[in-house]
Design a protein around this ligand. Structure first.
Ligand SMILES: Cc1ncc(COP(=O)(O)O)c(C=O)c1O
Length: 426
């Protein structure tokens, strides 16, 4: 295939005719396909179904410190669950607070405490007239929406292959009204990038003007490799912050939502002992304790990090073919055309697609007309506005392989139709 930009008008029109013909055939099938959901599919969830039997009516319900997990107490989580989550992040038990079934909930609560009670003795953010939050983009829409809902001004930061543009971050944190940054450091949502060691070190060495600035380090995909041999644990942000003399700078989060059950897993926040104590100081009025039976279930089933990695290997076996199908079809459809680019993630849940500028919304709409739902164009940017109207997040995990094949064919055709129409209009 020749570079589309170098084709004559007539050649483009001829191509467009062919794509439209095939698109009409596919439309006539009245399909209902979905590549928008970053959710585990049923087979992934089935892999962990025996977790439910790891604690049953005949079980000893005691945690290792003798506490009956069915009863109230242990706000920070049972010791063995704190240790298991700590192993995933490479941090000690004392630095971990185990929450309920959702890490997003822990992030939200951390920000609410910052709003209402303040951070590090500073004025509660609710009473600070101006507050801004850094949002590496493309990024995770739910992060952006939390801070938008809480009245922060969202400041986009460019993403590179090594993580957020750190020159930009270092410059922006000189503004005292900048109170935090969202990060997904491993297999980022949606670009799949893994922050380089240098990026992690620069984060740890940040010297923000605001004393109440915190890094929200959402390590949601810390063990979610597609290719185990290529999986390299991220540099440990808590250790790096400690070394840099910034022990309280970061709140780290993760959960087993995409390990065991999305909705029925366990979550955690990891931070300095001082930050954990500070969180517990307020959290103790919010709940008497999270679901410790579920914590026990998870520990008895997975046992340790090796158990988790072995489980993730089984998940990777289910996910690899889906990602590889999407990428093979993209390679075949777009080879040599120079009209788009896409990521080749080594883990996580997404492929990030860059269409020609000004085409993303129209592609998503064209797909919708043909029966394929995609994440809204722009959703990966603060306020839902992609300045280049170019990024589309592809989520291959939830659909069956057969559905993926048809959905991707439609996506590629719609991309061609929209792009050629744009080239013809220029
Ligand atoms: C980056 C990221 N963080 C957090 C979540 C949600 O995590 P949880 O289920 O623990 O609330 C997701 C879900 O897609 C995610 O992609």
């Amino acid at each position: 295939m020749k570079n589309l930009r170098s084709l004559e008008k007539k050649e483009l029109e001829e191509l467009l005719k062919g794509y439209n013909q095939r698109l009409n055939e596919l439309k006539a099938l009245n399909l209902k396909l979905d590549l928008s959901r970053g959710k585990p599919d049923k087979n992934q969830l089935d892999l962990g179904v025996n977790i439910l039997d790891a604690v049953n009516a005949q079980s000893d319900f005691s945690s290792e410190n003798g506490m009956d997990t069915r009863n109230y107490g242990a706000l920070e989580g049972i010791p063995e669950a704190r240790r298991l989550m700590g192993e995933m992040l490479g941090v000690k038990e004392e630095n971990v607070l185990v929450g309920g079934n959702s890490s997003l909930n822990l992030m939200y609560d951390s920000l609410m405490r910052a709003m209402v009670f303040g951070v590090a003795g500073c004025t509660p953010m609710l009473r600070q007239e101006k507050r801004k939050f850094l949002c590496p983009a493309p990024g995770y829409d739910r992060h952006f929406l939390i801070t938008q809902d809480l009245g922060f001004e969202l400041i986009p930061v460019k993403m590179t292959e090594d993580g957020p543009d750190m020159d930009e971050v270092e410059r922006l944190v000189q503004d005292e009204t900048v109170k935090g940054i969202w990060c997904v450091p491993q297999y980022a949502n949606p670009t799949g990038c893994v922050y380089s060691d240098e990026t992690v070190k620069r984060f740890a060495r940040l010297s923000p003007a605001a004393k109440d600035f915190r890094i929200y380090w959402d390590n949601a995909y810390c063990v979610h490799f597609l290719y185990r041999e290529e999986h390299k644990p991220l540099l440990n942000i808590l250790e790096e912050c400690e070394k840099a003399g910034n022990p309280d700078l970061v709140y780290e989060f993760t959960s087993t939502s995409k390990i065991s059950f999305a909705g029925g897993g366990i979550s955690c926040m990891a931070s300095s002992v001082a930050n954990i104590k500070d969180a517990v100081k307020h959290m103790k009025f919010q709940t008497i304790g999270h679901d410790k039976v579920n914590q026990l279930r998870h520990v008895r089933y997975f046992k340790n990090l090796d158990g988790i990695m072995a489980h993730m290997e089984k998940q990777a076996k289910l996910l690899r073919p889906k990602f590889e199908t999407v990428l093979r079809m993209f390679d075949e459809a777009f080879e040599g055309e120079e009209i788009c680019s896409y990521t080749r993630p080594l883990g996580g849940y997404f492929i990030s697609f860059q269409a020609m500028n000004g085409c993303a919304k129209a592609i998503v709409e064209a797909c919708k007309q043909a029966g394929v739902t995609l994440t809204n164009a722009g959703a990966t940017y603060p306020y839902g506005i992609d300045p280049n109207d170019s990024n589309i997040r592809i989520a291959p995990t939830f659909a069956t392989e057969e559905n993926i094949t048809t959905a991707v064919e439609i996506f590629c055709i719609c991309t061609h139709v929209v792009t050629i129409e744009k080239l013809l209009s220029e």
